[in-house]
Design a protein around this ligand. Structure first.
Ligand code: AMP
Ligand code: MG
Length: 382
């Protein structure tokens, strides 16, 4: 893939250097290239005089080697001439009549970037699985690579279901609700390194769901939302079975997100996420995101988890493990977590203000001042 398009993707080939970088010793300052040995007598009261025999601008090479008692005027990045081993910055010398005068001994190697300082020929520069950021792009360019092999992004079909769900652009009449899940989930797919395929909104009829799921079979992963709870109209699981999917699990003891379903069809993972907007997003975080990252070649699959102090009580009544929306702050060398407000699984605004999910065991209240693990959903501080 073309170099800049590799940004944020995962490298799928090891990349090594074919040559030393830098390929020759070069000056790290504008100054004079010399032999350290010639300056050993230099001191505040005993200046050493050396003869300027040429100039090496960046991009050029010296026309001849440096002899005893000689210096080349040299600029940052220019290769050291043969015979030179160090550089004295221009601000440390006086120049007169093609001669420089300096008043200290120069140590061998001073202000010289040695050959191979960054990488040696044959050395591995980037490993498979590295996420390609700006520095990796720069290093690939240094190595002369205009392209690199990266993992493919998984294509992820997103289906919303429900007779009440009206897509963007439609009229939300009484009893209907706007489709938010398709858009939040597509955004989560992009953020996780996948490519979303929007297959729209199906009616609460098995045929309607089957039809759109079939469209989604061109993708690597299928995600549906809603229609997996125990109500009469929860027909997604039935439609999946009819398509030949194997359903591996249904219902997880968690809050929100209990009705989540996982299956596979022709080697394709299928996630039947709950319909409530927060439940859909939280189950995506916990089940889908790690899977997509693995498919995209990432080795770090999970969000960072921290321990935070509860700044006010965090209750989780009921027999399921809670993933509660919290803000996260850092004070006095520790993190603090506070509920974002109403934890209802349809309350999307409290997801908007959440920086993390506090993980609380069933029937447990974390008291104010208590310690709680928090999954960070965004880079911190956000
Ligand atoms: P269900 O799992 O079908 O019982 O749906 C649970 C809740 O999620 C209901 O209140 C639905 O109206 C809501 N819901 C379902 N699909 C969506 C969607 N695409 N966008 C927003 N809310 C939805
Ligand atoms: Mg429904």
């Amino acid at each position: 893939m073309e170099l800049l398009a590799c940004l944020n993707r995962v490298l799928a080939e090891p990349v090594s250097s074919r040559f030393d970088i830098p390929p020759w010793p070069n000056s790290s300052m504008d100054g004079y290239a010399l032999r350290a040995h010639d300056t050993r007598e230099g001191g505040p009261g005993s200046p050493v005089e050396l003869q300027i025999v040429g100039t090496i601008p960046a991009g050029s090479v010296a026309g001849h080697p440096l002899g005893a008692g000689q210096v080349f005027r040299i600029f940052t990045g220019a290769p050291l001439p043969d015979g030179a081993d160090s550089v004295i910055p221009q601000e440390e010398v006086q120049v007169q009549d093609e001669r420089i005068r300096l008043r200290r001994p120069v140590a061998e190697g001073e202000f010289v970037r040695p050959r191979g300082e960054d990488l040696k020929a044959g050395e591995t520069a980037l490993e498979v699985g590295q996420v390609i950021g700006p520095a990796q792009i720069g290093l690939l360019a240094t190595l002369g690579r205009s392209r690199a092999l990266v993992f493919r992004r998984p294509r992820v079909a997103i289906l919303s279901t429900g007779d009440e769900v009206v897509d963007l652009g439609g009229e939300v009449t009484q009893g209907k609700i706007p489709n938010s899940n398709s858009y939040a989930l597509m955004a989560q797919v992009v953020e996780a390194g996948g490519e979303p395929l929007n297959v729209g909104v199906a009616r609460d009829r098995r045929e309607s769901i089957e039809e759109r799921l079939r469209w989604g079979l061109s993708a690597d992963v299928l995600i549906s939302s809603a229609g997996v709870s125990v109500g009469d109209y929860d027909v997604v699981r039935e439609a999946l079975r009819r398509l030949g999917a194997e359903l591996h699990l249904w219902q997880v003891a968690m809050r929100p997100g209990k009705p989540v379903t996982f299956g596979s069809l022709g080697g394709r993972p299928i996630f039947g996420l709950p319909g409530n907007p927060v439940s859909a997003m939280v189950t995506f975080e916990l089940f889908v995101r790690p899977a997509l990252r693995k498919m995209a070649g990432h080795t770090a699959l999970h969000r960072p988890q921290i321990r935070a102090r509860a700044l006010s009580p965090i209750p989780n009544p009921g027999g399921r493990r809670g993933y509660l929306r919290v803000t996260v702050s850092a004070e006095g060398g520790e993190y603090g977590a506070r509920l974002t407000g109403n934890q209802g699984s349809a309350v999307l605004t409290s997801m908007v203000s959440a920086a993390g999910l506090a993980v609380v065991p069933p029937d447990t209240t974390i008291p104010a001042g208590g310690s709680v693990p928090v999954i960070l959903l965004k880079p911190f501080p956000s």
